[in-house]
Design a protein around this ligand. Structure first.
Ligand code: ZN
Length: 492
């Protein structure tokens, strides 16, 4: 059985020989040997590495940094990966996030000598790749114990839906002897700590991300949309957000200058890798890595929003009643008010790009809903608003319309003579006294009970796609010992 380093070296040699057939190398590479080898090293020292906020708007990306770091660890050390690298999306409603608010975590076992080497590799890459001053404030944490303290996992749960302070993160790191390394204003310590504290021992998904070679950064990505559609159909429901069939849009590739070529998301490592391979990407790539992730899990909405105390920029869900009739406003957004069990009222907004605004306008006073939402800060123009990310109609209210009574002789609708003045038939001129009441008629509702979520192109990374409802993994679907068991890292 090959050791990791030898295997990678062998791969590099293969690549040199097969340079003209790079794609087939990519397609036929089998990493299962690496994986088998790794289980032999489980008795080493633990090292959990969290990295956050190395992204910035000029296109660097934290997952790519994790890919580079992983490559170096595989090449230069004998460390064993005890889990897939994690790609953790944090509260998407914080205003100062970089693009996707992603943090990464790598969990290893190694001997002490390798441990120091690994820490140096990480620091080197964070220092050289992160562009401080153009929007990134990197934070890296190194935790060396095998067991994560409950306080750190609690902090992580909070980071999915709340606004946390750098000061609290530093205090926590110091309390538990967690080494940290910060650049810029160091805000990245929040996400890096949250990443190591996130165990993904409940629902989780996977993403295979393919990275571009530097010479291709900024050029357009050539992808065969027919293949993406085919792959999407054949792997349904075990991959998600590949293609938006309503808007005929490819969803797997970003458009910016960043190193990500594309990413396939799904329920297990095997399916995301085989889907990626089935695309027959022609561009020569740098490689690919599989992340385990909280993407597509609605993890940020797990927490119940308590009103009125809920703070701006937090996320969660709330059970409530529609308390004013929805209005479609300029821009095609739908606004209405909701009321919680205690009768506290707050406006809610369903924005046009979600594709849900029209549906939401069919809601009526008295409907009982569950909303998943983020809390938008009050401004001089408006109070706090719930920005709706999904809604479930739990109960529909009965809606009545008042109609003028029908004429006793000719059954035509009568006309009101004015308030309290009775009715007259337009046809036969029959008059009725004011004691006759308007008739209340129940009208059918144009919306039914059930779940309504945004159109795929409006999905955030954490948005749970419709078909994942019911596919969620529970505690029993996760076992620490069954970690990494298929192809998860490729170099081209
Ligand atoms: Zn009449």
């Amino acid at each position: 059985m090959l050791r990791i380093r030898e295997f990678i070296t062998l791969l590099m040699i293969n690549n040199m020989i097969l340079r003209s057939e790079m794609i087939s190398t990519y397609k036929t590479t089998d990493f299962s040997k690496v994986v088998h080898h790794q289980s032999d090293h489980r008795d080493g020292e633990s090292l959990h590495i969290g990295i956050d906020d190395t992204d910035n708007r000029s296109g660097r990306c934290t997952t790519h940094l994790a890919f580079k770091v992983t490559e170096q660890i595989l090449r230069k050390t004998n460390a064993c990966f005890i889990d897939y690298p994690f790609l953790i999306r944090l509260n998407p409603n914080v205003p100062w996030k970089t693009r996707g608010n992603a943090a990464v975590c790598v969990r290893l076992k190694s001997d002490i000598k390798d441990q120091q080497r690994i820490i140096d590799i990480v620091k080197y890459y964070v220092e050289s790749e992160a562009v401080v001053g153009s929007g990134s404030n990197p934070g890296v944490v190194f935790f060396r114990e095998p067991q994560l303290p409950e306080t750190i996992t609690e902090f992580s749960r909070n980071a999915m839906c709340n606004i946390l302070s750098r000061r609290d993160a530093i205090r926590l790191a110091e309390k538990y002897n967690i080494e940290y390394f910060l650049l810029g204003n160091g805000r990245g310590i929040i996400g890096s700590l949250a990443a190591i504290g996130c165990l993904l021992d409940g629902d989780h998904t996977f993403e295979a991300i393919a990275y571009r070679r530097p010479e291709n950064f900024g050029t357009s990505r050539i992808l065969d949309s027919d293949r993406i559609i085919e792959c999407s159909k054949s792997t349904y429901p075990y991959t998600f957000n590949n293609f938006d069939f309503t808007n005929r849009r490819v969803l797997i590739a970003p458009h910016g200058p960043d190193p990500v070529f594309c990413g396939i998301r799904g329920e297990n490592a095997r399916i995301v890798v085989s889907s990626l391979q089935s695309l027959n990407i022609e561009e020569k790539l740098e490689g690919c890595m599989v992340f385990r992730s909280n993407q597509g899990t609605n993890m940020h909405l797990r927490n119940e929003i308590k009103l009125p105390e809920a703070k701006s920029f937090t996320s969660g869900h709330i059970r409530c009643m529609v308390s004013t009739r929805p209005q479609i406003v300029q821009g095609g957004h739908t606004l209405f008010s909701i009321e919680n069990r205690e009768g506290f009222r707050i406006p809610a907004a369903v924005y046009e790009p979600t594709g849900l605004a029209k549906t939401a306008s069919l809601l009526a006073e008295g409907d009982i809903l569950e909303l998943g939402c983020g809390i938008r800060r009050a401004s001089s123009k408006h109070p706090k608003i719930l920005n709706v990310e999904y809604f479930t109609v739990l109960e529909l209210a009965k809606v009545f319309e008042l109609h003028n009574p029908l004429c006793r002789t000719c059954s035509k609708s009568m006309k009101s003579e004015g308030k309290g003045k009775g009715f007259q038939c337009k046809k036969c001129k029959l008059k009725e006294s004011s004691s006759l009441q308007k008739a209340s008629i129940q009208i059918p509702r144009e919306i039914s009970t059930g779940l309504y979520i945004p159109t795929p192109k409006a999905h955030r990374h954490l948005t749970k796609p419709m078909h994942r409802f019911g596919l969620e993994k529970g505690l029993t679907d996760y076992s620490k010992d069954s970690a990494i068991h298929s192809n998860w890292f490729f170099l081209n």
